[in-house]
Design a protein around this ligand. Structure first.
Ligand code: FEO
Length: 393
């Protein structure tokens, strides 16, 4: 497995083939926790890995340089998938200072017993001379946490971009031109939708700040390293971070005795009368991870639930709660659902859509027990209205 980025710079992380749940995000293709060694007259380790894999990381480092030679451990981000291994690594590298910004130091102090750690706190744009190679640090707040930072290797134009441009993607390949680029881009989109989506403004600010740097290689903290196709992921980010809609209508439903399903199918039938993509999703059949990936770039979104116990069905509640937290923007919407004696399901769905500042194309449609032809026609009309919005993007 090739691990060399440029002369003196190597990947030393962990490929996690087994992880399938990353704080609620379904990681069907596993992940990697990327860490890097930069060797000049001095040696820096950029980030660590989850705590369980710190021993493996140290083996990778030891294969390149004695641990006594590590002068700096740069901590770009305090989240445990990157800093979890820090206590073991600090213990194993007796001559290393932990290099991080002030917010990160504070976060690390709230995660670990840092007594005995030697910190070197760096300000935004500060540089660190390794003797032949220079690191420069850029604060990237809220990409992904407040203390997040990116590290730039000046002479080789390598940006260690932390979570930005990452993918939860396990592979024997470390580089974008070795892996299946279609899979990589799918996972980059899923990663953006599930991790980065509510942080679009922060990402835009970061890209504006770092846009002036010469970039030969962009090395994120998850997934493959971009050395050949960075323009492709950058173009995708530029669309995702402004929530640029595509000609797609997504209809998400949860049904009890098929009434809400028939309403959803009528919405889909109406939408399909126009030349747009239509996705009809039974919430019971798709993980929230993939639901949000579909919704992220749609122009129009319909959601429907049967009423259960004066509320919505649990699966729909889970999907809408997850979506609401990730704040998808710029959507037209429609709420619908069936009920028996209290039209609460449709009402609650409409509240979720309102909380996400979606724009209704018409009044919600609630149906008592089983939809008749008139109800189904109202649903078809709503589908046409959603598709009309999508067609115009
Ligand atoms: Fe991959 Fe925000 O940690």
């Amino acid at each position: 497995m090739e691990t060399k980025l440029v002369e003196g710079v190597h990947w030393v992380g962990h490929v996690d083939w087994s992880v399938r749940d990353f704080h609620g995000y379904t990681t069907e293709r596993g992940s990697t926790y990327n860490a890097y060694v930069v060797e000049a007259r001095k040696v820096a380790l950029i980030d660590t890995v989850k705590g369980a894999y710190a021993g493996e990381l140290l083996e990778h480092v030891r294969a390149l340089v004695p641990l006594e030679r590590v002068d700096y451990i740069v901590c770009n981000h305090a989240e445990p998938d990157h800093a979890g291994g820090l206590p073991q690594v600090v213990r194993a590298c007796p001559n290393a200072a932990v290099v991080c910004n002030a917010k990160c130091k504070d976060a690390l102090e709230h995660h670990f017993d840092v007594s005995g750690w030697r910190f070197q706190v760096v300000a935004d744009t500060a540089t660190l001379d390794l003797g032949g190679k220079t690191l420069q640090f850029f604060d990237t707040p809220m990409v992904h946490w407040p203390e997040s930072m990116a590290t730039y290797l000046v002479e080789d134009a390598v940006l260690f971009s932390m979570d930005a441009f990452g993918q939860h993607y396990a592979s024997t390949h470390r580089f974008d031109d070795e892996a299946d680029l279609c899979e990589v881009m799918q996972e980059a989109k899923t990663y953006y939708a599930n991790i980065v989506l509510p942080l679009g403004r922060s990402v835009a600010a970061t890209l504006a700040r770092l846009g002036g740097l010469r970039l030969a290689i962009v090395a994120p903290s998850h997934g493959v390293i971009w050395r050949s196709h960075f323009a492709k992921i950058l173009e995708a980010y530029q669309a995702w971070m402004v929530s640029k809609p595509t000609r797609k209508v997504v209809i998400l439903f949860s049904s009890m005795w098929n009434s809400t399903r028939r309403m959803a199918e009528a919405v889909a039938a109406g939408a399909q009368e126009l030349p747009v993509d239509v996705k009809l999703i039974d919430a019971a059949t798709m993980s929230d991870t993939h639901v949000v990936s579909e919704v992220m770039d749609c122009a129009a979104f319909a959601a429907g639930s049967a009423t259960l116990n004066m509320s919505i069905l649990p699966r729909m509640a889970a999907s809408l709660t997850y979506l609401r937290g990730l704040k998808p923007l710029n959507k037209a919407c429609f709420a619908f659902g069936s009920y028996g004696w209290a039209a609460k399901g449709c009402e609650e769905v409409a509240h979720y859509l309102q909380a996400m500042q979606m724009r209704p194309v018409c009044e919600p449609v609630a149906c008592r027990f089983v939809p008749d032809a008139a109800v189904l026609e109202r649903c078809r009309a709503a589908g046409r209205a959603l598709a009309e919005v999508a067609r115009q993007v």
